[in-house]
Design a binder for this molecule. Sequence first.
Ligand SMILES: *Cc1c(COP(=O)(O)O)cnc(C)c1O
Length: 342
Amino acid sequence: MLGELVGAPHVVSCSNGTAALHLALLGLGIGPGDEVIVPDLTFAATINTVIHAGATPVIVDVDRRTWNMDPAAVEAALSPRTRAIMPVHLYGQPADMDALGAIARRHGLRIVEDAAEAIGANLRGAACGTIGDAGTFSFFSNKVITTGEGGAVVFRDAEAAQRARRLRDHGMNPAKRYWHDEVGYNYRLTNLQAAIGCAQLEQAPKFLARKQEIAARYRVGLARATGIEMAAEIPGQRNSYWMVSVIVDAAATGLERDEIMRRLGEAGIDTRPLFYPLHEMAPYRPYSGNRDFPATVELSRQGFSLPSGVGLTDAEIDYVCATLTRLIETRGVARAASAAAR
Ligand SMILES: *Cc1c(COP(=O)(O)O)cnc(C)c1O
């Protein structure tokens, strides 16, 4: 059912989206001695699995406009050991797969797409996760399709998928029970979770359509909120809007991101900050080289996610928009008054 939804011939279900990334790398034969390029702005599972696979992650900055892996930064970070690029479709916004694909072809690299947040996103109709050599999805409880914990990896190549299936099942020979050809893992999705997944996938079109409506309503509702920027709508791309996220221009709003989040919290509105830059956290510092990450740092400091669940009502979205807009307007008034008093 997932294969039909995204248009992928070889699908391997597994226990979670992190296992899916690990199997994607192992299925493609990526391991010790190989470098894998990852974006600085992502959930840690992206880089953790490169390390689990025994490969070396190379962190690069994102593009300020798309919030995703910057192809120019990828080009600058290439080395003779580079084997793969691991773009993330962050918050559901498709990464620049045209530019990354061109780099991969020119240098003979593999592409593993982390599409954990991007079920339903596409580039000119090609589903995120199916454009590279492998792509992964997560069915964690807060993702668009959920099995509580769960995931899947899709491959372009049947043999890579077969290898991933064997590794998922303890490395056991599929024709000879309890005979192990290699050191594997227990990364299976249970039947119970799969049953929930089937029921979820039946509803996928409804969930995905509602996500689009939620984002469109926020876009209209926040149009007057000066200094609040939603992800860019890029022609030919469809964002899954897993989470509707915004960037705060504190000079324009007169309020820092954390202050806005605090006040929204007081009004009963839950928000989340964007991910921290990987390169700032101790386990990943060795993988940042001498590179700079200005776009990631800016987005991470200024960005936050709004309530985005498919269970939101229109009235709730309108309440969030009105609360946020009023917060900024009254702040603007207060600033004008204090300037006049001076
Ligand atoms: C959720 C997520 C994962 C990991 O998925 P799990 O199912 O929680 O293991 C990996 N990458 C990104 C970008 C994610 O958002």
